[in-house]
Unconditional design. Structure first.
Lengths: 220, 191
C-alpha cells in the first residue's frame, strides 16, 4: 500500500492496487488515512530563516576561516574574542549564593547568540525558565516581548540555553535568566554593553593605519 | 585553458566559497530545521557546518552535485552534536511554550494552516523515535526521495523504507487515537 502511495509500483501493480481499492473499503480507508497523514506533514512548514541569514552565515564562515591577523588589528581580534568568550556564560546553580553576573558586548544591532550554561548538581524534572530583557534589547523572534517564560527540565551537569539577542537602542542593557523551582528562584544576570558598529570599524581603520608605520616594519 | 578557468584560478577562496555555497543555504537551512524543529538551532547548525567546510573548498568544487554531499555533512554534524549535547535545552522549541508566548514565532507558518491539527501532529511526531521522525519529515514534508535520503543519511534503502512506513503507520495510529470527535480529529483525512 505504501509503495502505491509513493508511486513506487510498476504499471501493472498500480492498476491492480487501484482496482482493489475500488472494491475494498478497509484498504481504501487505510489509503486515505495515509494520504491524510502526508497532507498534514506537508502543512507543517519551515519558517523562513532570520532576515539576511544567507549573507550573514556566509560572511561569518569566511571570517572564521581567515588566518590570524596578529598585530595588525589587535582591537578587532580582541573584540571578537571578548564577545564570544563573554557570551558563553557558565553559571553554577548550586554554588553561587548571590546573583551571578556576566558581561557581554553587543556590536551595533547585530544578533548575537548568548549561551547561558546552567550547571546543575542533580536532575530537576520541572523548572520554570524565564528570560527578561531590558527595553533596549530584543530577543530575536520575540520582538514585542520583553519577557518569555516556559517550563522545562534540567539534567545533571551542564544545560545550555542559546539566546539570540540584539541591541535595538544604545546604552547598557541587562538580561535576567530566572530559574524557578517551586517557590524558589535563582536569577542569573547578564550585563550588556553597546558598541556602535561604526566605532568598531573606525577603530579597525585607525589600528590598521598605526600598524603600517616603520616601527611595525622593524619588528617584523 | 578557457578564459573562465583562468579567472577561476585567480578567484579568492572566499569568493569561490560564497559563489558555490550561496545557492545551497536555503536547502541546508530547511534540512537542518527538519532535524531539530527550531529556527535558532537550524541557523546555528548551518553556521557551524559552513565554518567547518571552508577548508574543504577544493574537494567541494570537484563534486558535480554538491547538495547531497552538503546535506550529508550537515547531517553527520547534527548527529555528532546531538549525541554530544543531548542535554541542551532548545529555547525555541515551540512545544515548550504556552500558546500566548508562542504566537509570534508561529504566526508566519501557522496562519496558513490549521493550528489545531498541526499541534496534534507535532505531538504525534514527538512519539516517534528520532530515526522515524527524520525520515518521515524529510520524505513527506520536505520532498526528498528515499534514494536521496539513502545517500544523505548513509542508510540502506530498505531500512529507510521500513522506517518511513512504520512512521506513517504510527502517526496514523496516534492521530486516530486522539480523544476528539471523529470528524475533527484529523483535518485532511477523507472518510
Amino acid at each position: 500500500m505504501q509503495d502505491f502511495v509513493d508511486g513506487r509500483l510498476a504499471g501493472d501493480d498500480t492498476e491492480q492496487v487501484s482496482a482493489h481499492l475500488e472494491q475494498c473499503g478497509a484498504c481504501r480507508e487505510n489509503y486515505q488515512d495515509i494520504l491524510g497523514v502526508i497532507e498534514l506533514l506537508q502543512q507543517r512548514r519551515v519558517p523562513p530563516a532570520s532576515p539576511g541569514f544567507t549573507t550573514a552565515v556566509l560572511e561569518r564562515a569566511i571570517d572564521a576561516a581567515q588566518p590570524p591577523r596578529g598585530r595588525r588589528m589587535p582591537y578587532m581580534a580582541g573584540g571578537i574574542a571578548a564577545s564570544f568568550i563573554a557570551a558563553f556564560v557558565l553559571l553554577s546553580m548550586m554554588t553561587n549564593p548571590a546573583h551571578p553576573t556576566a558581561q557581554v558586548v553587543l556590536i551595533g544591532n547585530q544578533v548575537q547568540t548568548i549561551k547561558v550554561a546552567i550547571e546543575s548538581a542533580h536532575p530537576v524534572d520541572s523548572i520554570r525558565m524565564t528570560i527578561d530583557v531590558s527595553d533596549n534589547l530584543e530577543i530575536s523572534g520575540y520582538q514585542d516581548q520583553k519577557v518569555i517564560s516556559w517550563n522545562t527540565r534540567l539534567e545533571k551537569g551542564t544545560n545550555i540555553i542559546a539566546l539570540p539577542v540584539s541591541a535595538i537602542a544604545r546604552g547598557d542593557g541587562e538580561i535576567n535568566a530566572r530559574v524557578g523551582l517551586n517557590d524558589r528562584e535563582k536569577v542569573f544576570k547578564i550585563k550588556t554593553r553597546y558598541r556602535p558598529l561604526e566605532k568598531v570599524r573606525r577603530d579597525i581603520r585607525l589600528l590598521a593605519w598605526a600598524g603600517s608605520g616603520p616601527e611595525r616594519r622593524d619588528t617584523l | 585553458m578557457s578564459i573562465l578557468n583562468l579567472f577561476k584560478g585567480k578567484a579568492k577562496p572566499a569568493d569561490r566559497f560564497e559563489r558555490l555555497l550561496r545557492p545551497h543555504i536555503d536547502t541546508l537551512y530547511r534540512f537542518a530545521f527538519r532535524l531539530g524543529n527550531s529556527r535558532e538551532d537550524a541557523e546555528e547548525l548551518v553556521q557551524h557546518f559552513l565554518t567547518r567546510i571552508f577548508e574543504k573548498l577544493d574537494q567541494l568544487e570537484a563534486i558535480e552535485k554538491p547538495a547531497p554531499w552538503l546535506c550529508r555533512g550537515l547531517y553527520n554534524l547534527y548527529v555528532d552534536g546531538y549525541r554530544r549535547s543531548a542535554r541542551e535545552i532548545t529555547l525555541f522549541n515551540q512545544d515548550e511554550f504556552d500558546d500566548e508566548t508562542a504566537v509570534q514565532e508561529e504566526t508566519p507558518f501557522r496562519q496558513a494552516s490549521n493550528a489545531e491539527s498541526l499541534n496534534r501532529i507535532d505531538t504525534a511526531l514527538q512519539q516517534l523515535n528520532q530515526d522515524q521522525r527524520e525520515v518521515v519529515l524529510l520524505h513527506d514534508a520536505e520532498g526528498y526521495t528515499l534514494e536521496e535520503l539513502s545517500e544523505i543519511l548513509q542508510v540502506p534503502l530498505g531500512t529507510l523504507k521500513s522506517r518511513l512506513y512504520r512512521a506513517r503507520t504510527e502517526l496514523k495510529k496516534l492521530l486516530v487515537m486522539e480523544p476528539f470527535s471523529e470528524p475533527r480529529r484529523v483535518t485532511g483525512i477523507k472518510r
